[in-house]
Design a protein around this ligand. Structure first.
Ligand SMILES: NC(=O)c1ccc[n+]([C@@H]2O[C@H](COP(=O)([O-])OP(=O)(O)OC[C@H]3O[C@@H](n4cnc5c(N)ncnc54)[C@H](OP(=O)(O)O)[C@@H]3O)[C@@H](O)[C@H]2O)c1
Length: 185
C-alpha cells in the first residue's frame, strides 16, 4: 500500500493558474484521447482505495461539473476526505468526509478504508506537503504538460533535497505529456 501524489503539472511546477483555471491543461482536448493516458489513469485508479483533497480543489470540481445540481457527476466512487476549516456544501450520495487539522489521524482512517489499496493525494500542493511533513508520502507521479504558467497554485511548496526523490520511471505520451514517477526516500 502506497500514499501517492498523482497530478498534472506545468513544467514550472503549477497545478492551476492564478485564477484556479485548468484551461491550459484542457487545451489538449479530451486528455483520455491522447494515446495511453486513459490506460495509465485506469491502471492507477484501480489500485486506489481512498483519496484526499483540499477545499479549493473540491470547490473547483463542484463548480466545473455543476455537481450540486448533478450529484452523479461527482467523479469518484471511492471514499474522499476533503480538508477545510469551513463548512462546505455536501453532495447528495457522495462518499465524502470533511476534516481539518492534523493529517496523520486522517491518513490512518484513509488507510483503513482503503483496505490494502493505495491512498491518492489529489492536491493541492501544500496539503500534500503536510503529508510529507509527517513522513506519509511514498510516491509522486507527475504528468508534466508542455506549458509554463509563471505563477499559480504550487505543485509542492516544500524543500526536498537530501535525501532527494528517486526517479523510478519516465514515460512519454504523444508529444504532450512526460509522466515522471518519483519515490520518496
Ligand atoms: N493539475 C491538476 O491535476 C490539479 C490537481 C489538483 C488540484 N488542482 C487545482 O489546483 C488548485 C489547488 O489549489 P490550492 O493549492 O489552493 O489547494 P487545495 O489543497 O485544493 O485547497 C487549499 C485549502 O484547503 C484547506 N486545507 C488545507 N490543509 C488543511 C488542513 N490541514 N486543515 C484544514 N483545511 C486545510 C484550506 O482551506 P479552507 O480555507 O477551506 O480552510 C486551504 O486554503 C485548485 O485550483 C485545483 O483545482 C489541479
Amino acid at each position: 500500500m502506497k500514499t501517492q501524489y498523482y497530478t498534472a503539472t506545468s513544467i514550472d511546477g503549477y497545478l492551476a493558474d492564478e485564477d484556479n483555471s485548468l484551461d491550459w491543461l484542457f487545451q489538449f482536448g479530451e486528455i483520455e484521447e491522447i494515446d495511453g493516458v486513459d490506460e495509465d489513469y485506469t491502471q492507477f485508479i484501480d489500485q486506489v482505495g481512498a483519496l484526499a483533497m483540499g477545499s479549493t480543489t473540491y470547490e473547483w470540481i463542484i463548480e466545473h461539473e455543476n455537481v450540486l445540481e448533478n450529484p452523479e457527476k461527482w467523479p469518484y466512487e471511492i471514499p474522499a476526505w476533503v480538508f477545510s476549516s469551513r463548512e462546505l456544501p455536501k453532495i447528495d450520495g457522495a462518499n465524502v468526509h470533511f476534516v481539518q487539522g492534523d493529517v496523520a489521524p486522517v491518513h490512518a482512517d484513509m488507510v483503513e478504508a482503503a483496505d490494502g489499496k493505495n491512498v491518492w493525494l489529489v492536491g493541492g500542493g501544500d496539503l500534500v506537503g503536510q503529508f510529507h511533513d509527517n513522513d506519509l508520502l511514498d510516491e509522486i507521479i507527475l504528468s508534466v504538460a508542455p506549458v509554463t504558467l509563471g505563477s499559480g497554485a504550487p505543485l509542492l511548496p516544500r524543500r526536498i533535497t537530501t535525501p532527494p526523490l528517486k526517479l523510478a520511471s519516465v514515460q512519454k505520451y504523444d508529444d504532450v505529456f512526460a509522466v515522471l514517477t518519483y519515490e520518496v526516500q
